[in-house]
Design a protein around this ligand. Structure first.
Ligand SMILES: Cc1cc2nc3c(=O)[nH]c(=O)nc-3n(C[C@H](O)[C@H](O)[C@H](O)COP(=O)(O)O)c2cc1C
Length: 211
């Protein structure tokens, strides 16, 4: 038996034992949501549209992410319905040697397949006392909250950082200030495909115990 399997069996045994008796929540559901969270690309989206209420639910959960100094540095701009055309228009006006016509066409077709595109922003603390990396981490935690919530809704979610994500033009388009950053774009839809399976290295590969 592999070590990963042994760990898993041991873990299952523990769940049924006293150490986990004080659990307030359903551990098997949270385990499933975390492990089944999968990137699903817009090419795999169906025609079904995601309702605004669900997107609001993602945003509501985003704001509960941990953050140092309560700077709550996340900012999300949601392109929805006509907003998606505005998103495409902005990209069409910024084709260049790096963001080529071909890349634009791919992004356009991804945008058209999406119910909403959420630009992920980092609003930098004005005093800059908290290290920038910690604000990036807080925003990433907020995105993970959204990702897991989307998974619970059965919504397809893709976090991409290609195209104009890190450009000055994008920053201006999103209304961000000089020290702020765009950290990616989320494409939302419903999957037209079977929920993908993922794989990861086992725990012993990336952890060491000191006892
Ligand atoms: C910060 C960040 C940026 C990403 N940017 C891209 C990207 O530009 N293109 C892409 O194909 N996938 C991108 N991904 C998605 C990863 O490819 C995906 O998470 C990875 O393949 C693992 O698959 P999973 O999300 O289904 O577990 C990004 C993920 C993260 C966290």
């Amino acid at each position: 038996m592999k070590w990963s399997q042994r760990y898993y069996l041991f873990f299952c045994k523990l769940v049924n034992q006293s150490n986990f008796k004080s659990m307030k929540y359903n551990l098997s559901e949270i385990n499933e949501i975390i492990r089944n969270r999968r990137t699903i690309f817009p090419e795999q989206f169906s025609e079904r549209k995601v309702h605004k209420e669900i997107i609001i639910n993602l945003l509501e959960n985003a704001r509960w992410a941990p953050n140092h100094g309560m700077t709550q540095p996340w900012y999300f701009k949601i392109f929805y319905r006509e907003g998606i055309s505005k998103f495409i228009e902005f990209h069409s006006q910024n084709i260049n040697e790096k963001f080529t016509e071909e890349k634009f066409e791919k992004l356009k077709s991804r945008a058209e397949k999406s119910s909403a595109i959420i630009a992920i922003g980092l609003r930098r603390q004005v005093s800059e006392k908290i290290p920038e990396v910690e604000e990036v981490e807080a925003v990433a935690c907020a995105v993970q909250n959204m990702f897991l919530t989307a998974t619970a809704h059965g919504i397809a979610f893709y976090w991409g950082t290609g195209g104009l994500t890190y450009s000055e033009e994008m920053k201006i388009f999103l209304g961000l200030k000089e020290k702020d950053k765009c950290l990616g774009l989320i494409f939302l839809g419903y999957p037209a495909v079977e929920w993908p399976k993922g794989q990861r290295r086992p725990v012993e590969y990336f952890s060491e115990w000191v006892e």
